[in-house]
Design a protein around this ligand. Sequence first.
Ligand code: GDP
Ligand code: IMO
Ligand code: MG
Length: 436
Amino acid sequence: MPAIVLVGAQWGDEGKGKATDLLGSSVDYVVKFNGGNNAGHTVVIEKDGKREKYALHLLPSGILSPNCVPVIGNGVVIDLSVLFEELDGLEARGVDTSKLLVSANAHVIPSYNRTIDKVTERFLGKRRIGTTGRGIGPTYADKMNRVGIRIQDLYDEGILRQKVEAALELKNQLLAKIYNTRGAEVDEVVEELLSYAARLAPMVADTSLVLSQALDRGETVLFEAGQATLLDVDHGTYPYVTSSNAVSAGACTGSGVPPTRIDSVIAILKAYTTRVGEGPFPTELHDDKGEFLRKTGAEYGTTTGRPRRCGWMDTVVGRYATRINGVTDFVITKLDVLTGLDKVPVCVAYDVGGVRHDEMPVNQTDFHHATPIYEELDGWWEDITDCRTFEDLPANAQAYVLRVEELIGARVSAIGVGPGRDEIIERFPLKPAVAG
Ligand code: GDP
Ligand code: IMO
Ligand code: MG
């Protein structure tokens, strides 16, 4: 009954898509349990000797594995226009999307929440979060305020209309009186949502039941997080976070599969750190080294195209991710990007006003003022993209991985040495042994 949760250890874009794709061939279900089309996962696949790149936002990366059932869980917020656009795009490229299941309890992102996301950011000015503008925050807020629209509402027009009316009563006041923008029309919103209902109908399911029955049959389920630990609404760098639970615990609430059924937690950790949007980032580099990481690692957002902020590996963050997620295995990605540096600094602790912090400071203000304490490891110059075993790596690259492993406190089971599907070193098996 293996149930595996895969999460991001930092601020997103660690390479979760590639890691999911790696496991995809050996799992039966891949479940997206949080977030929406704020995510951007790039998967590079070798097809007929050519490299093909897929950018997924709303669909779980497992959709690219032919034998895998992709599932969108109840914890996801769905922009239906994006869902069908993404499905059409994949089908046009010959990907079979017919197995997709969508939770009846997932919430939809109505068009007015995209508007509210964008105007709120404008209104916040200097205090903006730097959201992706996809309506994620307002839709989760509606869910908590109990004025959200769920997938199942599309199949009861009366209820749908009532819910849209209730939501717009307040929102249209906000849009007109505070934000000075045009409100939304109930009829237009209802009509748009209903236009998706028929095509969506065969995909709608009680996904909690489906997954639990799959686990009972001994099948393997992989839960793929969007975003990452430090972007989690409870455990991240609040308020500079997304609005969902991106940590491993979110896999349970976001899918209806209980914690007692989870066997392992894989965290994806980039060999350095990146962040998109606003918020504190102790190891951020504003010099040519930061530019080196951005250029060499092609650090531009898959979703918004924004240049990602770049900095050195922060093992305080890594250790925190181990604790909050209960990490059993790490995958370190993009080690190849660090090739060609004399010294590779690794942040081991913070200095906050003269006081050393080995753990994440509990107060956000301290985190904003944290100065990294670095250990300088020796770099390597050899091209590592063809390395396929740990021993193939140059001694200094091995030493880098081993030191990071020691600092983060959980084993490093795989190491990414390039974007391609096979450009990975599998040091220890990532899948738990199948019971029975
Ligand atoms: P995600 O959001 O966590 O799925 O990550 P993204 O797809 O947004 O960003 C990760 C980027 O790094 C993608 O362009 C991947 O193709 C690429 N990538 C993943 N693993 C590696 C690796 O080991 N080396 C290199 N050079 N690129 C990688
Ligand atoms: P993946 O799954 C990196 C960031 C945004 C912003 C904050 C809130 O590709 O790792 P939101 O639109 O969610 O309300 O924005 O969160 N953010 C991400 N950063 N990777 C992501 O997803 C992200 N999803 C949201 O940049 O700072
Ligand atoms: Mg991404």
